[in-house]
Design a binder for this molecule. Structure first.
Ligand SMILES: NC(=O)C1=CN([C@@H]2O[C@H](COP(=O)(O)OP(=O)(O)OC[C@H]3O[C@@H](n4cnc5c(N)ncnc54)[C@H](OP(=O)(O)O)[C@@H]3O)[C@@H](O)[C@H]2O)C=CC1
Ligand SMILES: O=C(CO)COP(=O)(O)O
Length: 348
């Protein structure tokens, strides 16, 4: 696919995407295909030159032609100059740094959305809390999340995701930019639930990956996904997110995708650990961001803060730190006391 799917761009808001990895490139490609004048900012000059000259991101999405009207640059101020909307798609460890860098160049009126999944490492803050602190309370903010592998989106395969914001008009603007012939973008107003779902599913994908790597069978996989969803729902309720958010694309949808789809880097990390590989070797082989490595710590920090027990997430965190082996984790989970599925209703 090399041209725009939709019109010529006349009247469409210019979009600036920050982060030229697999997901930033796929989302920029989508906006460009929908006729938005789109600029993709990346920090790697060679990668940027290859996108402009060969219309391909050879490192992160090799073999997928990008639209001719997608322009890449390493010039952050230039990229932001004419932006009608900014979409941040860097890993969570770089999120605060990129927001601080973009803040002085953001045109007044340009809202800031992000498709990053995770928390601020170290503090465990939600990304919308970081964004509000750096950009101020008046800037429209939104989170883009849901079951969406970059490789499938850039290939034009049908995908559905969701955009959550406290500002309904901005959620709609972001959704309108992404929505198109093969892409459904829904909206919602629950940033807490949307961000928690996107972060926790990465940790739970490691758990199902480990189980599959240990050949524990399909029953174990389904059990982990379901009890994992329960962990998401309980922590979400304690923090103040809406249950329906986690029963939708931002929770269950992304959990199923990431726990079962081998395109998931977090699942692949779990598979490797379950087969006895070291975490360092597995992460090196994957060669892209694996958010669970940091997110497991931050999920458990949130859980401790709110007094919620999360046995699967806790076992993943301990395995990722080398405190226990995958086999120990399995033994711990199976040895837990027998109890009602819902001791105190859905959220017990
Ligand atoms: N890939 C996917 O299918 C999806 C990913 N996401 C989320 O999107 C986020 C980005 O992931 P993804 O694109 O897949 O990751 P990748 O590993 O594919 O790419 C990471 C990109 O971030 C850049 N980067 C890393 N650190 C910095 C920094 N300090 N400043 C600027 N750029 C930086 C890298 O640049 P360089 O190459 O120079 O190192 C690279 O371009 C993650 O939070 C992920 O969970 C969400 C949904 C789907
Ligand atoms: O978030 C994703 C799909 O929605 C991508 O998952 P991974 O980061 O595990 O590859």
């Amino acid at each position: 696919m090399t041209g725009a799917d939709n019109a010529t761009g006349a009247g469409k808001a210019p979009i600036t995407v920050l982060g030229a990895g697999s997901w930033g490139t796929a989302l920029a490609s989508l906006a460009a295909r929908h006729g938005h004048p789109t600029v993709l900012w990346g920090r790697d000059a060679d990668a940027v030159a290859a996108i402009n000259q060969h219309h391909e991101n050879t490192r992160y999405l090799p073999g997928h032609p990008l639209p001719d009207n997608l322009v890449a640059t390493t010039d952050l101020a230039g990229a932001l100059g004419g932006a009608g909307m900014v979409l941040v798609v860097v890993p969570s460890h770089a999120f605060a740094e990129i927001l601080r860098a973009l803040a002085p160049h953001r045109p007044a009126g340009a809202g800031v959305a992000w498709a990053t999944k995770g928390f601020e490492p170290g503090s465990g803050r939600f990304l919308h809390e970081v964004a509000e602190e750096v950009l101020g309370a008046d800037v429209p903010l939104a989170v883009v999340t849901g079951p969406s592998f970059a490789k499938e989106v850039v290939a034009g395969l049908p995908t559905a995701l969701t955009v959550h914001s406290d500002d309904a008009g901005f959620a709609q603007q972001v959704a309108d930019t992404l929505h198109g012939p093969a892409f459904r973008a829904y909206t919602g107003d629950d940033m807490v639930g949307a961000e928690l779902g996107g972060a926790m599913k990465n940790v739970l994908a490691v758990a199902t990956g480990v189980a599959d790597g240990m050949d524990l069978g399909l029953n174990a996989r389904a059990g982990l996904i379901t009890r994992g969803l329960n962990e998401m729902l309980r922590l979400n309720q304690a923090i103040g997110g809406k249950a329906e958010t986690l029963m939708g694309l931002a929770g269950l949808g992304d959990l199923v995708l990431t726990c079962t789809g081998d395109l998931s880097r977090n699942r692949r990390l779990g598979l490797a650990l379950g087969r006895g590989q070291s975490i360092a070797d597995a992460v090196r082989e994957i060669g892209q961001v694996v958010e669970s490595v940091q997110t497991a710590d931050e999920v458990m920090r949130q859980a401790e803060r709110h007094g919620i027990e999360l046995p699967i997430s806790s076992a993943v965190r301990a395995v990722l730190h080398g405190e226990i082996t995958p086999a120990d984790g399995l033994r711990q989970l199976l040895a837990r006391e027998q109890k009602p599925e819902y001791p105190v209703g859905l959220f017990g």
